[in-house]
Every structure is written in structure tokens, then in C-alpha cells.
Design a protein around this ligand. Structure first.
Ligand SMILES: [Mg+2]
Length: 263
């Protein structure tokens, strides 16, 4: 009798859940129970859910100063980066960046500039990270620089589109990157190979900034630009350190990057 009661209760629960999901699917009534955390049979969180919360925390800068992607999130981050979502999230950023740019009253005096970061903003190192655990492995400067020195990083498609649209509006482009100055030639060649062919300035990190944070380095360089009379109308990067600090520009845009964190 007890077993029968349990079976009836179980069937009733399934029926109620299915009905609830059905209602959500039809967009009519949003019941609270489909919003419960998904859990496995033992009550363990499905790994993807934990990792998606981790990614949100990273992108909103609630999770900071992290060294590597959590090991259990390698598959999640890999799927995100290689799948359509990364591209769609990037496109959402650049579409809004261009809407903003179009709304500006540009002076046409050649001083309106847009600052682009390079790695994971202009050029993608995804082919490298795909072979190195999508950020699970600790940063290795030797192997990363070997990759950079190949000069074969592809363009981020949505950033390339934004770049050309901004140029067509008459906005000057400044590339501001944490890459060291000895990578100037290969960076120029790589940019040109993937159709980033014009810029007002290309600023790489000189040795006087060694040991300084990206926030300090980039703020200093942006201040120099403004001291030279440039107006930074927009600023786009994949790291919070690209868009924090001083002289950040009139508007900043953050591209997704759940693979590494630079302060
Ligand atoms: Mg970057």
C-alpha cells in the first residue's frame, strides 16, 4: 500500500512538472519550479550550470583575479568558445558599439578615435587556447609567444566588421595592446593579413611598464592620447583592464572572454 502511494505521488509530480514546462514552452505562464536549479539524481549540480554561473560572474567582474579556468569547466568553456554563442555574444557587443558610434556628432577634424585592444578583441588566439585547455592550463609565456610569433591569429569577425564601419564614419583607430614591443613587426603583419590595414597608432608595451598592471599601462597610454588632442569616443576590449582606470573614453564595450583574466 505504501509502495502504491509512493508510485502515485511520483507520477503526479512528473505530470505537474511536464505541465509546468509545457506552459513555459508556450510562453504563457511562468511557473516558479522550472527555475529551480537543475540537479542530477544524487542532487549534484549539473556541471554546465555551475560553469555558466562562473562565466557570468567573470563577465560581470564579480569574479576577479582568477588565475585559471576551473578544471571542471574546460568542456563548458571550450563549447562556448567554439560554438555559436561566443560569436553571437560578440556580435551583440559590436552591433551596439556601432549604434552608439552612428549616434555621435563627429567633428570630422581627425581627432575622434576608437581604442581597440588586440588579443581576443581584434585577433583571436582561440587556435592556441583550443590546444591548451581553453584557459584551464596555467599561462605559459614560452608557448604563447611561439604562437604569437607565427603571426597567423585570425580576426574576430564581429570586431573586423565594427572596425571597417568605424573607419567609414571617419573615426581613427588606435590599437592599444599589452603585447611587448618586440612583437611589433609580427603584430603588424598579422593585422594586415586579416584585413586590419589602417590605423592612426599601434601602441605596444615598452619595457618601462614591465611589472605594471594593464590598468596602469593602458590608462597612461590613453591619457597620452588625450593630451595629444585625441578624443576617445569609444574603447573596446575583452578584459576589464582594457576599460577600467582613467581616460577610458566616452563609452566602453566589453567583449566576452572566459579563458583568462588580466589585471
Ligand atoms: Mg585582450
Amino acid at each position: 500500500m505504501r509502495k502504491l502511494q509512493l508510485l502515485l505521488f511520483f507520477l503526479a509530480t512528473i505530470a505537474a512538472t511536464c505541465q509546468g514546462l509545457d506552459e513555459v514552452d508556450h510562453g504563457r505562464n511562468y511557473n516558479i519550479y522550472p527555475l529551480r536549479l537543475k540537479s542530477g539524481s544524487g542532487g549534484h549540480h549539473i556541471p554546465g550550470l555551475t560553469c555558466s554561473s562562473w562565466r557570468l560572474g567573470v563577465e560581470t567582474h564579480n569574479i576577479i583575479e582568477w588565475i585559471t579556468v576551473p578544471e571542471e569547466c574546460e568542456g563548458y568553456v571550450g563549447n562556448y568558445m567554439l560554438g555559436h554563442q561566443y560569436r553571437e555574444d560578440s556580435e551583440a557587443v559590436t552591433i551596439h558599439a556601432f549604434r552608439y558610434a552612428k549616434s555621435l556628432n563627429l567633428t570630422g577634424d581627425g581627432k575622434d578615435t576608437w581604442v581597440f585592444d588586440i588579443d581576443e578583441t581584434t585577433l583571436s588566439n582561440l587556435p592556441y587556447y583550443a590546444k591548451h585547455g581553453f584557459g584551464v592550463n596555467a599561462y605559459n609565456s614560452t608557448s604563447f609567444n611561439e604562437w604569437v610569433n607565427l603571426g597567423v591569429a585570425p580576426a574576430l569577425p564581429s570586431s573586423l566588421k565594427l572596425y571597417w564601419k568605424l573607419l567609414n564614419l571617419g573615426i581613427k583607430i588606435v590599437f592599444l595592446t599589452g603585447r611587448p614591443e618586440d612583437q611589433t613587426n609580427i603584430t603588424v603583419a598579422n593585422l594586415r593579413n586579416v584585413r586590419f590595414t589602417k590605423w592612426e597608432k599601434l601602441i605596444l608595451k615598452d619595457s618601462s611598464f614591465s611589472g605594471k598592471t594593464a590598468v596602469v599601462y593602458k590608462s597612461t597610454q590613453r591619457k597620452k592620447l588625450e593630451d595629444e588632442g585625441y578624443r576617445i569616443v569609444g574603447n573596446i576590449g575583452d578584459q576589464w583592464s582594457d576599460i577600467l582606470g582613467t581616460n577610458t573614453g566616452n563609452r566602453t564595450f566589453k567583449l566576452p572572454d572566459p579563458m583568462y583574466y588580466l589585471s
